[in-house]
Design a protein around this ligand. Structure first.
Ligand SMILES: CN1c2c(nc(N)[nH]c2=O)NC[C@@H]1CNc1ccc(C(=O)N[C@@H](CCC(=O)N[C@@H](CCC(=O)N[C@@H](CCC(=O)O)C(=O)O)C(=O)O)C(=O)O)cc1
Ligand SMILES: N[C@@H](CCS)C(=O)O
Ligand SMILES: [Zn+2]
Length: 766
């Protein structure tokens, strides 16, 4: 029986974010399209060479994307909304970037009243990767509009690599699509026809296999989706190509029988998220179905215990051909651990990034094909690392264990109910009706990022860097006073990222230099690595808060990232439940909250941008997650007295299905994204009788567009249709870090003017 190795997809950004820099150079007009195409071809060639050199047998092609693979699929199908003025069949790179960024160059943007908005962007399943939501309208004509998949197959072939092209499956694409006056599934036959044409072209180009990704198969499916799966995979396998149907991010569960009985040549299953499905899949899968076993974690950075894996796989490999693979595309992990000179050796030996994961797969393959002795040293090293990690004193801190064991319900509860707290806080803060504030960050200009980079490189000393940050902060505080904002923020200039900044200061976290992962388009994040018990060696934000508050008599918000968001945007431990790691982070944030209060801070914002997006993929798992997530938030927030106003912020706009959880967070003020939904979201808050204060975002910070005073007044009037005026704050949808000062200043001026007008209007007798 033969064992081979596949990779499903390799990170496309390049080992040092080469794609980001090539894209941003092109977008800013500093390079030509030809130069961009050349850079992309170089990245693809390097990725194939690397994977081949590591010993992968099945190399992916079409896993590269200039922005997003869902958008690539939309362009392939010619699903181009009318506003871009391009007929299906005639799209080019300019159309692609217009769909990705809007014609003024911004995600979801529409500048100054002209230009075309980008497609909506949202997160890819439960990852921190974001895709462009496909749009379909009634009567829309689709047509093949991109030959990318065939071109990249041929490009690899010309370089001597036989690849298995990767294509997002039609049922997942339709499931992610939004229809305007139409059900996306009405397009099923048309879409199926186009996929058939693409597969036929690939077969003509010489491809033998294609990998079709249907992650939707790991979710709860309705009858229409199940029927679509049956229909699509009755047809596509007849076109001369063998199909490896890839499922990932969870178990097939009730979709297992459906999946294994499709007439496809291969099926990939995720055995990291869903190890328990291994036996079920083996029983259900017909002998002729080539199984691709996702045994190495494509979502996390831990090195595997290879001997332990072999114990499970060996009996199977003796009875059937198998492919070994990461659980999903390697898109979600950094490229190469070898680029991390600053990680210490003890932690480094526990980790595997994309390149190391392929090496692990190849070691497993060699052990299965040639016997364990053949790779004895590699297996022993993997076993030693796993054993060392289990007992390392770096991981286990008895003080943290004792502290988490003594968490009580009282520690999660504020002293008094909201109404009593609100009365005390009103007396102290003395804010006007419709108080104005912002969400925390002000523009992270090139100058700010450059100063930080120079400081990190050692070219800018600590004192000079600190002086620079203090000046930026002071300028921003002064400006906020002049603008007339009521509750100020310090601007977050000292922070590289709202999660990484805290990870870098907490014990139990390690951080990388080049461990970038694509978040959306050219934007990347470096998730901290949560490897051990978490504690807070010393205050993290208090000195910045104290400095900023010292500059003004107005209240300065303390600004923290919440435990659930830190957890969801980090690479986390796999040796204890996520809830346990989250409770530890919650205690560390609680310490910071208490210290801020002691320092005199009257209002503390604990951002939970990722609480909603951390929801499990299967609905039946939601409540358990929400229970511990809300508990952790409350634990982080409830160490303060009634007089301290606790804010939170969430910038993903689907809240109605988790309103009880939001209520249970028991915050004094929540700011949420609402501008794009015209305040419709507040209906849910009203129906739920949400008791405390809400700052519904009055303008979309994802766009460079400056809102008018009238528009903000109108939005706030819509808000008053749902909520009492006393409940309302006025703020933007999210932080301003990605904006420019010339956009921020007039927008905030308009916001403050609107609040003043609203105050006059409520004061006037009806
Ligand atoms: C709110 N979002 C966030 C998510 N996850 C997070 N962990 N953080 C988030 O804020 N998930 C959901 C959304 C996703 N949205 C975004 C928005 C913006 C970015 C982004 O802008 N990323 C930056 C990198 C940010 C960062 O870490 N910056 C560092 C390093 C800056 C840098 O690149 N420096 C250069 C040198 C510059 C010079 O010398 O002039 C270098 O190192 O080469 C910092 O500021 O210090 C990005 O550029 O992609 C991400 C997600
Ligand atoms: N305080 C953060 C929240 C972003 S979700 C910011 O303002 O950028
Ligand atoms: Zn936000």
């Amino acid at each position: 029986m033969t064992v081979t190795v596949a990779t499903l997809g390799f990170p496309r950004i390049g080992p040092r974010r080469e794609l980001k820099f090539a894209l941003e150079k092109f977008w800013s007009g500093k390079s030509t399209e030809a130069e961009l195409l050349e850079a992309a071809a170089g990245l693809r060639a390097a990725a194939w060479a690397r994977q081949a050199a590591l010993g992968a047998d099945w190399l992916p092609s079409n896993d590269f994307s200039f922005y997003d693979h869902v958008l690539d699929t939309s362009l392939m199908l010619g699903a181009i909304p009318e506003r871009y003025g391009v007929a299906a069949g005639t799209a080019d790179l300019a159309t692609y970037f217009a769909m990705a960024r809007g014609t003024t160059g911004e995600s979801a943007g529409c500048a100054h009243g002209h230009g075309h908005t980008a497609q909506e962007m949202t997160k890819w399943f439960d990852t921190n990767y974001h895709y462009m939501v496909p749009e379909l309208a009634a009567g829309q004509k689709l047509a093949l509009s991109s030959s990318k998949i065939v071109d990249e197959y041929r490009e690899a072939k010309a370089l001597g690599y036989e690849t298995r092209p990767v294509l997002l499956g039609p049922v997942t694409w339709l499931s992610l699509a939004k229809g305007r006056d139409v059900d996306p599934f009405d397009f099923l036959d048309e879409v199926l026809g186009l996929y058939s044409a693409v597969l036929t072209q690939l077969a003509h180009a010489g491809a033998e296999w294609v990998q079709i990704d249907e992650p939707i198969l790991a979710l709860d499916l309705d009858e229409r989706q199940r029927a679509a799966i049956t229909r699509v995979y009755a047809k596509l396998p007849r076109l001369g190509l063998k199909i490896m149907l890839a499922t990932y991010f969870g178990a097939l569960e009730d979709n297992l029988t459906l999946a294994v009985n499709l007439p496809v040549a291969g099926l990939h299953v995720d055995l990291v998220r869903a190890p328990d499905q291994f036996d079920k899949v083996l029983v259900a899968a017909p002998k002729g179905l080539l199984l691709s076993l996702g045994v190495i974690d494509g979502r996390n950075i831990w090195r595997a215990d290879l001997e332990k894996l072999l114990d499970r796989i060996e009996p199977v490999a003796a009875t059937r051909d198998i492919v070994l693979a990461p659980s999903c595309s390697l898109l979600h992990v950094p490229v190469d651990l070898a680029l991390e000179p600053k990680l210490d050796d003890e932690i480094k030996q526990w980790l595997a990034f994309a390149a190391q994961k392929i090496d692990e797969l190849v070691t497993l393959k060699d052990a299965l094909n040639g016997g364990r002795d053949w790779v004895a040293e590699k297996l022993a090293a993997s076993g030693r690392a796993a054993a060392a990690r289990k007992v390392s004193p770096r991981i286990h801190d008895p003080l943290v264990a004792a502290r988490t064991a003594s968490i009580t319900e009282a520690m999660r509860s504020r002293q008094s109910p909201y109404a009593a707290r609100a009365a005390v806080q009103a007396g102290i803060l003395a804010l006007p009706p419709f108080p104005t504030t912002t969400i925390g960050s002000f523009p992270q200009t090139a100058e700010v990022r450059h100063a930080r980079a120079e400081h990190n490189r050692g070219n800018l000393g600590d004192a000079a860097y600190e002086r620079f940050l203090r000046e930026e902060t002071e300028r921003t505080v002064r400006w906020q006073e002049e603008a007339g904002l009521d509750m100020l923020v310090h601007g977050e200039f000292e922070r590289n990222d709202m999660v990484q900044y805290f990870g870098e200061q907490l014990a139990g976290f390690a951080f990388t230099v080049n461990g970038w992962v694509q978040s959306y388009g050219s934007r990347c994040v470096r998730p901290p690595i949560l490897f051990g018990d978490v504690s807070r060696p010393k205050p993290m934000t208090v000195e910045w808060w104290r400095y900023a508050q010292g500059l003004t008599a107005r209240p300065m918000k303390g600004m923290l990232t919440g435990p659930v968001t830190i957890l969801n945007w980090s690479f986390v431990r796999d040796d204890q439940p996520r809830s346990a790691s989250c409770a530890q982070i919650a205690l560390a944030i609680r310490d910071e909250v208490v210290d801020l209060e002691r320092a005199g801070c009257k209002a503390i914002q604990i951002d939970e941008a990722a609480l909603r997006e951390g929801l499990p993929l299967r609905k039946r798992d939601w409540q358990a997650y929400l229970d511990w997530a809300v508990d952790c938030f409350r634990l982080s927030a409830a160490g303060v007295g009634d007089a301290t106003q606790i804010h939170t912020h969430m910038c993903y706009s689907e809240f109605n299905d988790i309103l009880p959880a939001i209520g249970a967070m028991d915050t004094d003020v929540i700011s949420i994204e609402t501008a794009r939904s015209q305040m419709e979201l507040l209906e849910g808050f009203a129906a739920y009788r949400y008791p405390s204060a809400i700052g519904p975002g009055v303008y979309d910070i994802h766009a460079p567009r400056v809102p008018s005073v009238d528009e903000i007044v109108r939005l706030m009037q819509l808000a008053q249709a749902h909520l009492a005026p006393e409940q309302l704050w006025v703020n933007p949808d999210c932080g301003l870090k990605t904006r420019k000062w010339e956009e921020v200043k007039p927008a905030i001026d308009a916001m403050v003017s609107a609040a003043r007008e609203l105050r006059v209007r409520v004061a006037e007798p009806a």
